[in-house]
Design a protein around this ligand. Structure first.
Ligand code: PGA
Length: 250
């Protein structure tokens, strides 16, 4: 049982078309009938669905975010790219930056840093992803990896910029595996302390991502320090998403 505000970020990845929009009706109804609970659901569909989503969720309690952005704040000749100003202009308020699937496609810490600056300048709230690989976990250098990602990713930022931090161990994304609770708690606390001490952030929100499902949410939610969840696979199924939210507040 929790009384804290919890974020549920639905990362649809490269799934979904106009027909899938109908599936969120259930979630809209659910949130409307649970107004007193501190639930913040943020949908992050592919770029192609951002505008229809923004129309769909207007006057609901749902929010909208993009899954990535181009590092440039200015418009320019970047074929196939979308910058944070464009994302903001259609009514989205959030953007995921530094997701491991994009880091694997070439997003270095420096690029991540540039994207964050540009997104904040566009007045978007950043969902900043970090996490270690299985090899790094085995070598017991997970915390060091997180430290580097945080330091380089946040370089030059003002204290208390609008950022939600997402801890996503890479080995748990899409695998059905989740960290054991002592390890997860240790890493969440480490991230919060490091941000507070070194970067002097206050009121830090750290969410967890990686194979979150209705089957493991109770176990994860035993950790009160977790401020919400970044949900991939399970978020494309409204029933599963609602189940996750319900179990968080039970
Ligand atoms: P998953 O994805 O829930 O399918 O593991 C999470 C993510 O990549 O953000």
């Amino acid at each position: 049982m929790t009384n804290k505000l919890k974020y549920f970020i639905a990362n649809w990845k490269m799934y979904g078309d106009l027909k899938s929009l109908k599936s969120i009706n259930k979630v809209i109804n659910f949130v409307n009938s649970n107004k007193k609970k501190k639930i913040q659901i943020i949908y992050c569909p592919p770029y192609t669905l951002l505008y229809p989503f923004s129309k769909k969720i207007k006057n609901t309690y749902l929010e909208l975010g993009a899954q990535n952005c181009h590092p440039n704040f200015e418009y320019g000749a970047f074929t196939g790219s979308v910058n944070p100003r464009m994302i903001k202009s259609i009514g989205a308020k959030y953007v995921i930056i530094g997701h491991s699937e994009n880091r694997a496609n070439g997003d270095t810490d420096q690029i991540v840093n540039k994207k964050i600056h540009s997104a904040l300048k566009s007045n978007l709230t950043v969902i900043f992803c970090m996490g270690e690989t299985l090899a790094q976990k085995r070598k017991k250098i997970a915390m060091n990896t997180l430290k580097i990602q945080i330091k380089k990713g946040l370089k030059g930022l003002k204290r208390n910029s609008k950022i939600i931090f997402a801890y996503e161990p890479i080995w748990s994304i899409g695998t059905g595996l989740i960290p054991n609770n002592p390890d997860l708690l240790k890493n969440i606390i480490f991230i919060k302390k490091f941000l507070k001490k070194v970067i002097k952030f206050k009121n830090i929100k750290v969410i967890y991502g990686g194979s979150v499902s209705p089957n493991n949410i109770k176990v994860l939610n035993a950790i009160d320090e977790i401020d919400g969840y970044l949900i991939g696979g399970s978020s494309q199924n409204s029933k599963k998403l609602i189940d996750i939210v319900k179990k968080t507040f039970k």
